[in-house]
Every structure is written in structure tokens, then in C-alpha cells.
Write a protein that binds this ligand. Sequence first.
Ligand SMILES: Cc1cc2nc3c(=O)[nH]c(=O)nc-3n(C[C@H](O)[C@H](O)[C@H](O)COP(=O)(O)OP(=O)(O)OC[C@H]3O[C@@H](n4cnc5c(N)ncnc54)[C@H](O)[C@@H]3O)c2cc1C
Length: 347
Amino acid sequence: MYDVIVIGAGPAGSVTARTVALAGYDVLIIEKNEKCTSPCAGYISKTINIEMPDESVIQSNIRKMRTYFPDLTYYDFALNGFVVDRSLFDMGLLSKAIDEGADIKWNSPLVDMGVGQNPCSVKFRNGNAGGRIIVGADGVFSKTALIIGLQQQRFAACSQYHIMDIQPIPQTCEIFFNTDYAPGGYIWIYPTGKNSAKVGLGMINSKKSPRENLDAFITGSQMAHRISGKRTEYITGALPIGGLREKFVFDNILLAGDSAGMADPITGAGINTAILAGELAGKTIIKALENDDIVELQEFETGIKKLLGRPLGRSLEKRKKIDDACNNHFLQEHLPELWVTFKQYWL
Ligand SMILES: Cc1cc2nc3c(=O)[nH]c(=O)nc-3n(C[C@H](O)[C@H](O)[C@H](O)COP(=O)(O)OP(=O)(O)OC[C@H]3O[C@@H](n4cnc5c(N)ncnc54)[C@H](O)[C@@H]3O)c2cc1C
């Protein structure tokens, strides 16, 4: 019997597990894959204090974001962050949890759990375990949320290549708004070194697949001459864009990170919020275990709403505006109200 079972070894899950294990409680993480592989561009802002597992995880420091309007005029904004190798970054966070005593079971997707039970029985491929508290940190298509009976979240579909033999602008994240390639979303070029970059896009409604749109951007757009290198490491993924779930604590079951809609509905950024959520979930769980009172877990929901409710709510309003008028003419005129690096976004 475990004190806590965490579903998913992404940032939200590993940080929760590490925080709780550090306090001496028994923690099990079950992960569906054989290693950490969340698809991602890997931009992390230094707005919260993030301990890097080690320097080799960092592919580029970032000092600037360049945001392009559909006509390719642009606006530069100073940023402080880095692009990381996402798999190494996640493995680093996980190893900190394991160092504190957490157990991990790989290749163990969640199959079912006893909602309403305390302790709760958790069934995964090839095994079962019991836990007093369960944390669903299993991402945008959270199985935990489905088992509780929640609806699947609205999402943006993404695809990305790691392109070699090109020269990205150093220390600069480039963002392109153009509905011909990324309706309802945007295209990114994030440097991973002097001669390579991650080039990807997120989009909502399109007759073409994300990959078709991305290939068209790489080969047929006005940027083609800058990014037509060797395409490697193709990935697909999804981002929640429906905003924070109304409820994400259900007796002894918590949802943290993307499973609870904690990524930004416009930028798609969710690593920092997943880490924040993991820290807060961990601290709240420790209190609940110390006092043997699961009612205290509600403080996680209250705390997250205080921290993230306003920024995510604002972003969701912008998302609705983009949904209503998703075309280049509208973006050319209104982008400053819709994208975080412009001061008009905050008015
Ligand atoms: C293409 C792409 C690019 C992105 N770029 C950025 C970026 O540059 N910066 C940024 O901040 N955010 C970015 N994001 C968003 C970011 O990846 C997520 O917000 C973040 O990973 C959320 O962390 P999490 O721990 O909640 O979930 P995840 O990182 O998704 O981790 C969930 C874990 O649960 C596991 N899992 C899933 N189902 C089960 C199951 N049934 N049983 C057991 N385990 C399961 C998964 O394998 C995974 O390891 C991007 C997303 C995509 C798709």
C-alpha cells in the first residue's frame, strides 16, 4: 500500500512525487511509456525558480521572442529562458523523485481505478497497487480524468521537426501567425544550437493535417530559404486549450498539470505551470497525510485557482476571440491584443 500513487512521469507527476517522497511518504509513479517522452518544443521561462537537472539539458539560452504578423512584420520582446531537450529534462526531474525514494513502474498505462474508494485500488497494465491519495498527472488526454467521468478537453494538434544544418537567429524564439499554415495557433522556430532548431506548429481547425501544414510552411512559405535543412525527430502531440478545469480535486483524487487544463490556451506553455502544480500538490498532500484528512486536499484547488485562475482566464478570453475570427486579416489588425508579448494584451 502506497501513501500516494502518481499517474504519469511528466513534470507535474515527477515534481509531486519528489515533494511527497522527500517528506518520507511512500510514493509510486506509473508511466505508460518506457521512458519520459512528452512531445514538446521545450521553451522554459525563468519566471519561476527551476533547478536544471544539469547543464547538458539546455539546448539554447533565450533572450528574445520575435513575433511575426501575417505580413511578416515583427515585434521583438526581451525574454529570459531556455530551450531544453524535453526528454532529458523530464528524466532529470524524475530521477530527483527516485533519489528521494519514489518507485517507478515503466510500460504501465493506467487501466482503471476505484473512484470513491479510500484507499483507492489502481489497476495498470501488468499490475495493481493501492494508494491513499491518487494524482492524475497523465497529460492532456488524461485517463484518470476519463475514469472520474470528466469530458475530454479541447485541444490543439501539434507537429514538430528538429531541423539540422540551418542557422536560426541566436537566442531567439520566433513565433509566426499565419492562418494558411496554423489556423487558430502559430508556428515556432526555437534554436537548439548554432545550426539547428525545432520547427513546429499548433493548430485547431484545418482541412490539412498538422504535418501537411508544417511541411508546407517549411517548403513553401517565405521562410523556406531559412529552414530547409535536414528534417529529423518528427513528433506529434496535443495541447489543452479549454482552460483550467472547473474542478480538479475529487475526494482523494487530484488532477495536476495538463490533465487539469493548466497549460495556457493561447501560447500552449504548460511546463512551468505543471511544475508549480506539482509543488503545490505535493505540499497539500503532505498536510493531508500528516493530519489524516483528505478534505484538506481541496486546498490544492483553491491555491491553483488563486495562482493561475486569472492568467488562464484572460488567455481563454483571447482564445475565444481567435476562434470567432480566425483569419490573417483579423490577426494582422488585432494580434497585439491576443499575444502575451504585446502590452495591449494586458490592457
Ligand atoms: C508539440 C508541443 C510543444 C510544446 N512546447 C512547449 C513549450 O515550448 N513550452 C511549454 O511550457 N510547454 C510546451 N508544451 C506543453 C507542455 O508539453 C505541457 O504543458 C507539459 O508537458 C504538461 O506537463 P504534465 O506533467 O502535465 O503532462 P505531460 O508532460 O504530458 O506528462 C504526462 C505523462 O503521463 C503519461 N501518461 C499518459 N497517459 C498515461 C496513462 N494512461 N497511464 C500512465 N501514464 C500516462 C505520459 O506518457 C507522460 O509521461 C508543448 C506541447 C506540445 C504538444
